[in-house]
Design a protein around this ligand. Sequence first.
Ligand code: GLU
Length: 569
Amino acid sequence: MTDVKDFFDFDDAEKCQALAELLFPEVTETPEQCLERFPKRELKEGAKVTRFAPSPTGFLHFGGLFPTTVGERLAHQSGGVFILRIEDTDAKREVEGAAEKLIVTLDHYGIKFDEGATADGEKGIYGPYYQSKRGPIYHVFAKQLVREGKAYPCFTSDEELMKMNAVDKKAEIKEKDWHFDAEAAREQMLDQRRFTLDDVKSSLEKGEKFVLRIKSNGSAENKRKFTDLIKGTIDVPENDEDFVLLKSDGIPTYHFAHAVDDRLMGTTHVIRGEEWLPSLPKHLQLFAYLGFKAPKYMHIAQIMRLDENGAKKKLSKRDMGANMEDYRRMGYAPDCVMEYVMTLLNSNYEEWHMQNPDKKYTDFPFDIKKMSTSGCLFDFAKLNDVSKNVLSRYSADRIYEGVTEWASDYDPDFCRLLTRDPEYTKRVFAIGRGGKKPRKDFGTWGETKGYMGFFFDELFSVTDSFPEGKSAEDAKKMLFDFAEQFDIADDQNVWFDKIKAIADKYGYASDMKAYKASPEAFKGSVADVSSFMRLAVTGRLNSPDMYEVMQILGYERVVNRINNFAKAL
Ligand code: GLU
């Protein structure tokens, strides 16, 4: 057995230097030289540098769009820089094509990055922006830490590693089904620090793999105050775990890559999910060990949803609404989703947008102080409401574009009808649009079918029932009369006068005031006559303005529908 006195002495600078050379002979660049390659950014006072740093392990989650939007707003609102960094250091969890998909999805939502991974490569001088391509950079700083006695190698089997790493829940190994003994793990951890340079040499000669661990000097008993920009002032314990910096394939863990990358890329604000809060002690220790100034942190509460029993649950990956790619299929315009994200992010956003209906969300003075610290509630009904508002402000052309684009992928039959005569379809979408109080009939592209399908004979059918207590006989006569007199060239007044005259003829009040004053004097009112017509022409008792509807449908369709309906009564 090795004598205690021969164990590696972390305070012996020469030994540390020798260990650093043994472990990283290929690293010749110094940290200073490396830092020079990533110059300080020339930015105006107060400009923030933020990044979205997804791991390409799946789709973009609604809970991911949240911090992304905050990062984008803070950067661009302050004249700073917003970066897309792909954190692809975990090959085991990586999903092929996920990074590309993330880029496409982010672009779909109009999230603009100044630097980072792009659809056709990368842009910016602080790259590479894929962590998997930054290996040599991490090794420069890993070597520095070894040289300074702050990190050490650990030649351990995968199985042993797995057990030790369970302490470090966010490191690469996430085995949950074994019994964890904290005391034993700590003893084992300390034991890892007892090695000699000769042990290292011989292991390396045998080609054995090692992980690089931080040599932590912290104690969880010691806590310090830390200001998170969302959570406020919190107590953060020191890290006391020798967590992994480099995995056995030389690839960094999230912790290490985070500290190195965010320093080199000049990130001023790290905005991430609160699930990372427990790792903060590690990160603060790393920044201190590396001699870097830590960025400011914002840990964003997770998005919640209500379950069947009305209890709040975390919006998980499998929940409806989690996958941002689904919204396209569901027919939500990206603008609507972003509008919803903004209403969730800042409590005063909705009011602001009501007062400034023509402005974009990017004009809104976003303020992190107005963010919820406890987790926003995701709710489709609210999304739909918000969405109806947004779409009501679109022009008919824009609606046409959105619906047909959606329908071409998800409802080709509908798409064929919509595009058969674009001008006709656009006239339909123009109904009730453009005024102070625009119609709010649909929140998704798919909902347009129910709203305006009756404009196409292929989709038209009478779906509502004949109003209860009304005379079908009267309706029949009135409808035949109307069909006979209907002239597409009539202006709205003439058109309505004809309807009123028909009402009078059959004992239905043409004057609503008179009807309200003594309803018993009439069989009904002109409103009933309108209902019969509406049902005949649109198949429903609710529809947009009947005059406009008839103008668009055209003479033949109107007369045919009215006659057919009347005949069947
Ligand atoms: N790659 C990490 C994740 O996907 C990023 C966390 C961070 O923003 O620092 O959760």
